[in-house]
Design a protein around this ligand. Structure first.
Ligand code: ADP
Ligand code: CDP
Length: 239
């Protein structure tokens, strides 16, 4: 039972606190807070931590059924998720099905919400200071962040995750616009899907209405965001 796990706080990020249980395990505690614009806007969001943890656990379990290796171990049914401790790769892998967000800023020749001919995969360096700049696969290899095989595996996995999540959402009448993944490396050198999969890290639409953090970025209150996450969970059958 995760409820009995204890750990020392080793990191506090914008969305989660991370506790070390032992060499192998960490607890990710999802905060009842929402931030946007690299933390410049922040509000308390009672209930959000549990909803985002539930989404993450649900999606990670769904991906496991399709053989996608990920860090999930257990969930306390509330805001805490027990995960395998990994050496994180400081890259955000973004998959896009429709043109939105930072894509439109750098590529204004494509109209908002155009469906791409195939999913696009891109990499951003994880750096709040530099606002997560877009980087190329050559940059990644040159910097030695991962090797060629590991990079190919990250891309393959990201595309598989996209197929699984897009199909699942479509079966419930939702559209997956884009999402962000993070990966870590385990002791054997395997690339493992990590971090979270929630309304904070994906754009999901129902009848052109966002059920994700875009609402907050566009000015909605934290309370409205929590309601949208509740709706996402109800529509997807997430407990
Ligand atoms: P941020 O650092 O962007 O503010 P969070 O508040 O979500 O983000 O913090 C969670 C941190 O935990 C992130 O730095 C993430 O890379 C890290 N993390 C996620 N999964 C694991 C894992 N399995 N092992 C080690 N670190 C992880
Ligand atoms: O959000 P913004 O327009 O700045 O960035 P984007 O590159 O268009 O984001 C693409 C997807 O990745 C969206 O679903 C974001 O929620 C997600 N993302 C994230 O989870 N964390 C980031 N630091 C950046 C993007």
């Amino acid at each position: 039972m995760i409820g009995s796990w204890v750990g020392n706080l080793i990191y506090e990020g914008k969305a989660k606190r991370v506790y070390r249980v032992n060499d192998e395990l960490l607890i990710m505690e999802f905060k009842d807070e929402v931030t946007a614009f690299d933390g410049a806007r922040r509000e308390n969001a009672p209930g959000k931590g549990r909803l985002a943890a539930a989404q993450t656990v649900f999606f990670m379990r769904l991906l496991s059924k399709y053989g996608i290796r990920n860090h999930l171990v257990d969930w306390d049914g509330d805001r805490k998720v027990l995960v395998r401790s990994l050496k994180m790769i400081p890259i955000e892998v973004i998959v896009r099905n429709y043109a939105y967000g930072s894509f439109l800023k750098r590529m204004p020749l494509i109209k908002p919400m155009t469906k791409f001919s195939r999913p696009l995969v891109e990499f951003h360096l994880k750096s709040d200071e530099l606002h997560d700049p877009l980087i190329t696969s050559d940059d990644i290899i040159e910097a030695g962040l991962v090797n060629n095989d590991q990079l190919s595996e990250m891309v393959d996995t990201a595309l598989k995750v996209n197929t699984i999540l897009s199909n699942f959402m479509m079966s419930k009448g939702l559209t997956l616009v884009d999402f962000k993944l993070e990966f870590g490396i385990d002791k054997l050198g395997n690339v493992v899907l990590a971090d979270e999969l929630s309304g904070d890290t994906m754009r999901v639409l129902i009848n052109n209405k966002h059920l994700d953090k875009e609402l907050f970025r566009k000015g909605a209150s934290a309370l409205e965001l929590v309601k949208a996450y509740e709706e996402m969970n109800r529509l997807l059958g997430i407990p």
